[in-house]
Design a protein around this ligand. Structure first.
Ligand code: PLP
Length: 777
């Protein structure tokens, strides 16, 4: 027995007083994780003298850590063998829930980047918040979304180490808290590089007030503690919308200030008060505007605590910071009310004003009179524009897919691009193939490795070598058998979790992502109804049996998104309960879509639904995960879909709908009411929102959805995401996919060519571009 196994046995005995045969899943999880942590302690040190990049992000959606860490350490097989010898397996770790400290794409991207950087020896550390409660857990009650708290720490946190000695203080107008870091090792594949994810927890300066306690004023004695802990208590459950709340600003400042203090402390330990090398040793990437308050905070720290002048401090900040924009939607561009900002972090505000003056001067030097031009104000109409601040003060602003960056340059941020074109660049998102193929789909991984070797695990472009197998009949048959196996596995999981049976011989058509109007799950719902009516009326006779699967959480305050969930659940109830539909069509909305569910759903998909309105989805990353696992994309020319189709071929995917340009030219005359009136298919499906076909339980939710399409509201035009404009071309494309699926060999060829051409979408490629072109590490 080797050291790792011995250590597991020892931990079980000492910590839980059990033998390996008597241990439960949670005890085994803890012992295996701790034994793995023990094995890497010596190698987990920052190498001296190298520039490090720091990824500041309010979210890290890591998912379950145990399997990926064991795999990267090369211990997964050994752990599984050990567990099997004791009547268990690593599959038992499925009972351990996800580490869900993020909402969706943005937080999951951060997690993929950490994995890729560590795998390729790039010194990149993550900095964020150790939320006590992650993204809410979702369940359905009579088809309505309900939420409960995500108590992720109840399984313990064996992958973190509390670093008491590195705690710092963070000061607000009304309180000062201790930020205590919890460090997680980020283990590269092969275990050679171990970077760090540092998550800050907010705590009181002292546990409680003893005087109050002695006077038996217990509530007041612990009030300060509660107020401090509140800051890192819970993740804001918003995706692509601006929370704009006092506590949110506190969270942002809390982790920004703590992270900067931590970096400065390291630096001071090496250089003393000489800051001339700071920007040569650190790069900080701001993941969206959430950590942008870091910019005035770094100025404050350098000027107030270390005596630098503005020009010196600004020059350092500009060399250090880079900013990633993740959205162009106005409702997601953060702006802080000046009054609120002053009441939370008054000491930082003067540095915002200095930045504003600096901007004026910089524009003046370029011959632009900023005073006349609104977009060039950082503080405008009583609000601080965080994206503008980031673009001005950082040396790099990047979008996350080619079309997104083009839209930033040409439309959303054009005034800024006109002044500083050299700062703008594109970094198309990516995903780690370690989690999203090797771990979640060992069957397809084995198939690939048998044919082209395992180089793809660290160099995804190797997959190109798979392309010739698309024309090999035996390879295609094997691929289809694997796909069926993944469907059976998903079916078993869905049966256990939802109590619903899936037929693995159906076509699996899947849309999983956050619930948002721009992602157009409602359009998918309409198309399903259109097919349903066509089947009922006998207009559609050659439909290949299909299950339409959905997974999505709606932000708890997003009423319309919740209405769409209820509507889809009503459709599911109708379709699945209709005896005519047996063996022909099924609709299933799974509960609590998260990383672990994604790892089951994505490998089982035949069709990946990526149907956002052109120009609204910055990139998307689930589209890449589906492609890698051999699904075809049914999508619009939006975000990274464009690059996916470019890589895998338009003939191997199913593209529909208006382009960005077509939408722009249709916008002024677009009349969804007329479309509805003139097109009976559209009218029939849209009317189901209000004609009593489905019940929203008397909430008025469906009427509100109907009105949003037909009449709009003061803050948006009717059908602002052009569902009805794209309806027909979407339904046509859906039937095209369905017909194509009948020829299983030809369809498998398309799927294999998608996998073979997914190399570009590795986050290894993305992170190398950041390292080389932005950070210089
Ligand atoms: N949520 C989870 C759990 C994910 O794994 C992902 C990415 O694959 C997303 C959300 C983002 O999905 P999308 O790119 O479709 O918005």
């Amino acid at each position: 027995m080797d050291r790792f196994e011995e250590k597991i046995g020892e931990l079980l005995r000492l910590d839980f007083g059990v033998t390996p045969d008597g241990a439960d899943a949670k005890q085994l999880y803890t012992a295996v994780s701790q034994a793995a942590m023990d094995s890497l302690r010596d190698g987990w040190k920052k190498p001296a003298g190298k520039k490090r990049a720091c990824y500041f992000s309010a979210e890290f959606l890591m998912g379950r850590l145990v399997n990926s860490n064991l795999m990267n350490l090369g211990l997964l097989e050994e752990a599984d063998r050990y567990l099997k010898a004791h009547g268990r397996s690593v599959a038992d770790f499925e009972q351990i829930e996800d580490d869900a400290l993020g909402n969706g794409g943005l937080g999951r991207l951060a997690a993929c980047f950490l994995d890729s950087a560590a795998t390729h020896g790039i010194p990149l550390d993550g900095y964020g918040i150790r939320y006590r409660y992650g993204l809410f857990r979702q369940y359905f009650e009579d088809g309505f979304q309900r939420e409960r708290a995500d108590d992720w720490l109840r399984f313990g946190d064996p992958w973190s180490v509390r670093r008491e000695e590195d705690a710092v203080e963070v000061r607000f107008a009304d309180q000062t808290v201790r930020a205590v870091p919890y460090d997680m090792p980020v283990i590269g594949y092969g275990g050679k590089t171990i970077n760090t994810l540092r998550l800050w927890q907010s705590e009181p300066l002292s546990a409680f007030d003893f005087d109050l306690f002695n006077r038996q004023e217990y509530d007041r004695a612990v009030a300060e503690k509660n107020r401090a802990e509140e800051i890192s208590y819970v993740l804001y459950p918003n995706d692509d919308t601006d929370a704009g709340k006092r506590l949110r600003l506190k969270q942002q400042y809390f982790f920004s200030s703590a992270s900067l203090q931590s970096i400065l402390r390291e630096y001071l330990g090496r250089h003393g008060e000489d800051f001339s090398a700071f920007a040569d040793e650190y790069a900080v990437q701001l993941n969206d505007t959430h950590p942008t308050v870091s910019i005035p905070e770094l100025l404050r720290l350098l000027m107030e605590e270390h005596g630098l002048c503005y020009d010196e401090a600004f020059s350092i900040a500009q060399r250090v910071f880079a900013y990633t924009n993740h959205t162009i939607m106005a409702e997601a561009l953060e702006k802080w009310d000046v009054g609120l900002f002053l009441s939370v972090i008054p000491e930082v505000y003067p540095y915002v004003v200095m930045l504003q003056n600096g901007l004026k001067q910089a524009l003046h030097n370029k011959g632009i009179n900023g005073a006349d031009q609104i977009p060039y104000y950082l503080v405008d109409d009583g609000r601080i524009h965080m994206a503008r601040m980031a673009i001005f003060a950082a040396h790099s602003t990047n979008g996350v897919a080619r079309i997104h960056t083009e839209i930033l340059k040409e439309t959303a941020l054009r005034e800024w691009y006109a002044v500083w074109p050299e700062r703008f660049n594109n970094k198309t998102n990516g995903i780690t193939q370690r989690r999203w193929l090797a771990l979640c789909n060992p069957e397809l991984s084995g198939f690939i490795t048998e044919r082209i070797g395992d180089g793809w695990i660290t160099e995804l472009d190797e997959l190109k070598k798979l392309a010739p197998y698309a024309d090999d009949e035996r390879a295609r048959e094997r691929f289809l058998a694997i796909k069926r196996e993944k469907k059976c596995q998903l079916a078993a999981y869905v049966k256990a979790r939802e109590g619903v049976e899936l037929n693995p011989d159906f076509l699996f058509d899947i849309q999983v992502k956050r619930l948002h109007e721009y992602k157009r799950q409602l359009l998918n719902a309409f198309s399903i109804l259109d097919i349903y009516f066509a089947l009922k009326d006998g207009r559609l006779t050659d439909f290949y049996p299909t299950v339409f699967l959905f997974g999505a959480k709606a932000a708890p305050g997003y009423y319309r998104a919740k209405g769409i969930i209820k509507y889809l659940n009503e459709i599911a109830k109708r379709v699945n309960g209709d005896p005519d539909m047996k063996g022909r069509m099924q609709v299933v909305f799974v509960q609590n879509y998260d990383v672990s569910y994604a790892e089951k759903l994505i490998p089982a998909a035949d069709v990946s639904e990526q149907i956002s309105t052109a120009g609204t989805e910055a990139s998307g990353t689930s589209n890449m995960k589906f492609m890698l696992n051999g699904a075809v994309t049914l999508g619009t020319l939006d975000g990274a879909n464009i690059e996916i189709v470019e890589q895998a071929g338009a003939e191997n995917n199913f593209i529909f709908g208006a382009t960005v340009e077509e939408i722009a030219s249709a916008a002024s005359t677009y009349d969804p009411k007329a479309l509805c009136r003139d097109n009976p298919r559209i009218r029939r499906v849209v009317d189901t929102l209000v004609d009593g076909t489905f019940s929203d339980g008397g909430t008025g939710m469906f009427r509100e959805l109907y009105d949003s399409l037909m009449t709009g509201a003061s803050w948006h035009r009717p059908d602002q995401y052009y569902l009805l404009l794209d309806f027909e071309s979407y339904c046509d494309a859906k039937l095209r996919v369905n017909r194509a699926y009948r020829d299983r060999a030809a369809f498998a060829r398309k799927c294999l060519l998608n996998t073979a051409n997914a190399g570009k979408f590795s986050s290894d490629r993305t992170i190398r571009e950041y390292a080389r072109e932005i950070w210089g590490v």
